[in-house]
Design a protein around this ligand. Structure first.
Ligand code: DAH
Length: 330
C-alpha cells in the first residue's frame, strides 16, 4: 500500500507495524541482508531509510490535519463579548480573572480604589523611586528582564505605588493587581506571575492598620472569620520596618486558617520615608503601609490547582473544566 494513500494515523500505525514490526516486510528483508551482495545491501539500506522518512512525513501530515479538524470544531469568536460566549456554552472566566473580581470586591469593601500601571517600566519606577540605590544587592533579588530600549519588564507591582502617588498625591488608599515578570522558571515559579499591591497613606495610618488589612483580606478571600497570621521581619528597600506575612494552614489536609503549618503569602511594611520624599510627599506629615503578595499561589491553594503552568497555557479545554461562570463573579 502506498503511504500517501493512508488516510488516518491508525491506518498508518498498522502499515508501520506490517512493515517494520517483528515480522514486518522490511524487517524480514533486512534479516536476509547477509545473503546479499554489496550493491543490493546498499540499495536495501537506502530503501529502508527512504521508507522510514516517508512514514515520518506522512505521520506529521496526518497529525497536522487531525489537529486542524479538532481546532475547526472548536471555532471560537474571541472578539465576542464574554457574556455571549458563555451563553452559547463557549466561555468561562479564567481563574485569574475570577480572582480579580474577588480581590476587587474585597479591597473595595475596605475602601481601596483600583489603580494600574504599565508592564514595561523604567528603572526609576521599578527601583530608584522605591529606594533601591544604584548597584544595591537588593536589585539582584529581582531577576530582571532587560529590554534593548533600556526599559525593563516590571518585577513587581510596587511600581504602581510610585505612579499613583505621583499622579494623585496623598492621602491615598489604592490597590493594584497586575502581571509581573522575573527570569525564573521551575515547578512553582513562572517568568510571568501576578502580584496584588496595596498602599494606604494618610496622617494617622499605622502598622496596626497594616495587620488589620492583611487579616481582613485573607479572612475574606479564604472565607474564614479570623485568619491566624504570622509576621516575620524581612527587608525591602521601600519599607521600614519590612515584614513577610504567613497564614495558618494544614499542609497535609490543605485546610486553611487552622493547623500547625504556616504558608508564606507575601511582603509588606510601613512605607519608607525616602519613598514618600521621592514622590514629593513630606514624611513628617504623612505615613502608611503597603504590601504586595504574589497571588497565583493563593488561587491555587483556594481552589486546589497544583500546577501553576496550566494557568498560562491558554488551553480552552482546561478552561472549560477549570474556569468560573460569569454569574459567580458578579
Ligand atoms: N514588591 C515586593 C516583592 O516583589 C513585595 C512587597 C514588599 C510589596 C513590601 C510591598 C511592600 O508593597 O510594602 O518582593
Amino acid at each position: 500500500m502506498d503511504i500517501k494513500q493512508v488516510k488516518t494515523l491508525e491506518e498508518l500505525q498498522k502499515l508501520h507495524t506490517d512493515t517494520f514490526g517483528k515480522n514486518g516486510t522490511m524487517t524480514l528483508r533486512l534479516k536476509g541482508m547477509k545473503d546479499l551482495n554489496n550493491d543490493a545491501r546498499a540499495a536495501l539500506n537506502t530503501e529502508n531509510t527512504t521508507l522510514r522518512e516517508a512514514f515520518r512525513i506522512r505521520q506529521e501530515e496526518l497529525e497536522n490535519s487531525e489537529m486542524l479538524a479538532v481546532l475547526a470544531k472548536q471555532k471560537l469568536d474571541a472578539a465576542a463579548p464574554v457574556e455571549d460566549r458563555e451563553q452559547k456554552g463557549q466561555g468561562q472566566l479564567h481563574p485569574l480573572t475570577y480572582a480579580l473580581y474577588e480581590f476587587t470586591n474585597i479591597f473595595e469593601s475596605m475602601g481601596y480604589g483600583m489603580r494600574s500601571g504599565p508592564e514595561i517600566e523604567d528603572d526609576w519606577h521599578n527601583f530608584g523611586a522605591l529606594n533601591f540605590p544604584d548597584h544595591h544587592p537588593a536589585r539582584d533579588m529581582h531577576d530582571t528582564f532587560f529590554l534593548q530600549s533600556g526599559d525593563i519588564l516590571r518585577t513587581h507591582t510596587s511600581t504602581v505605588q510610585i505612579r499613583a502617588m505621583d499622579k494623585e498625591g496623598v492621602p491615598i488608599k489604592v490597590f493594584a493587581p497586575g502581571t509581573t515578570y522575573r527570569t525564573e522558571m521551575d515547578a512553582t515559579h513562572t517568568p510571568m506571575f501576578h502580584q496584588l499591591e496595596w498602599l494606604h497613606i494618610d496622617k494617622n495610618v499605622t502598622a496596626v492598620d497594616l495587620v488589620d488589612t492583611i487579616k481582613t483580606f485573607l479572612s475574606l478571600y479564604f472565607g474564614t472569620t479570623d485568619m491566624p497570621l504570622r509576621l516575620r521581619p524581612s527587608y525591602f528597600p521601600f519599607t521600614e520596618p519590612s515584614l513577610e506575612f504567613d497564614m495558618q494552614w494544614d499542609k497535609k489536609t490543605g485546610v486553611i486558617g487552622t493547623g500547625k503549618d504556616w504558608l508564606e503569602v507575601g511582603g509588606c511594611g510601613v512605607v519608607h520615608p525616602n519613598v514618600l520624599k521621592n514622590v514629593g510627599v513630606d514624611p513628617a506629615l504623612w505615613q502608611g503601609h503597603a504590601g504586595g503578595p504574589g497571588f497565583d499561589r493563593m488561587i491555587m491553594l483556594k481552589y486546589g490547582f497544583n500546577d501553576l503552568r496550566e494557568f498560562f497555557k491558554g488551553d480552552i479545554r482546561w478552561l472549560k473544566t477549570n474556569g468560573f461562570s460569569i454569574e459567580g463573579a458578579e
